[in-house]
Write a protein that binds this ligand. Sequence first.
Ligand SMILES: NC(=O)c1ccc[n+]([C@@H]2O[C@H](COP(=O)([O-])OP(=O)(O)OC[C@H]3O[C@@H](n4cnc5c(N)ncnc54)[C@H](OP(=O)(O)O)[C@@H]3O)[C@@H](O)[C@H]2O)c1
Length: 287
Amino acid sequence: MANDLNTTFTFLNGRTVHRIGYGAMRLTGQPRNFGPYANWQGGIELLQRARDLGVTHIDTARAYGPHDNEKLIADALVDEHGNYGEMFIASKGGVEKTAASIRRDTSAETMKRHLAESLASLRTDKIELYYVHSPDGVTPISESVAALEEMRQAGKIDMIGLSNVSRSQVEEALRVAPIAAVQNRYSTADARDEALEDTIDWLNDQRIAFVPHGPLGANPMKQGAAVDPGQALRTLLARAPNVLVIPGTTTIAHLENNAAALAPLYARGSDHLGSGMANDHGTAVRP
Ligand SMILES: NC(=O)c1ccc[n+]([C@@H]2O[C@H](COP(=O)([O-])OP(=O)(O)OC[C@H]3O[C@@H](n4cnc5c(N)ncnc54)[C@H](OP(=O)(O)O)[C@@H]3O)[C@@H](O)[C@H]2O)c1
């Protein structure tokens, strides 16, 4: 079916973001995305190159490192006035990570503490989008979201997101607070999940963004894309207008390849993603 491919998505609160973002998780110590990224200066240069290409949506989490990924983003992208400018930073709380373990804790108290730590690491007073990283299976999602809603009312975040959730959890959360984005695993490399397909359409109807994680089908603990990156990203963007892509990479060459693979899709196709994305006119894509 034909699908008008818009370059941007506008959240219900009026904030508009480019649909092509960057997932920063791999700019961490390896293995297990634990500890600081070994090539700190290289990470700064990659994030700044992303910004220069017009990639403004940067996805991170308190758990990446922990803390180190958010600190790297701050070193790269906080400007001389102490602001992120046009950058759109999304982070997550609710996962505790050590050298040996990963533990989910999405209790209200932990969500608030993690958000405070993310604000400090990102060196900002407010984060535009903050997700419940992964429900812990004990805390009702309504409780985690109520804690973030309190923080939103206090001006510490603009929008609340949910990651690794079912549609019923999104519905439960919506009874407590507005939800701006859902981030679940989804790629052309993964087996088709009809419930998730329906959820993406339902989220689109609600004007809630869907942010596929692992958009290139990669194993989060292993290096390498599972599918052709350009083709995979084009397919995801054509899936629905609420899909925002956040491919991860540790190389500037791959970052540029991913941007270049998408540039021709946009009106006035340009090899500079920033100028190619500067308008909101869609090019019809016929899969
Ligand atoms: N919410 C969650 O629970 C969750 C879980 C996992 C991930 N995420 C988010 O999703 C983001 C993306 O996921 P991901 O990084 O795991 O996987 P991905 O985007 O599916 O794939 C990343 C892998 O693909 C390779 N790659 C990227 N562009 C390439 C290109 N043009 N040519 C060849 N190889 C290429 C990268 O290797 P090179 O470094 O060599 O380019 C990297 O190993 C993460 O950064 C994170 O922000 C969220």
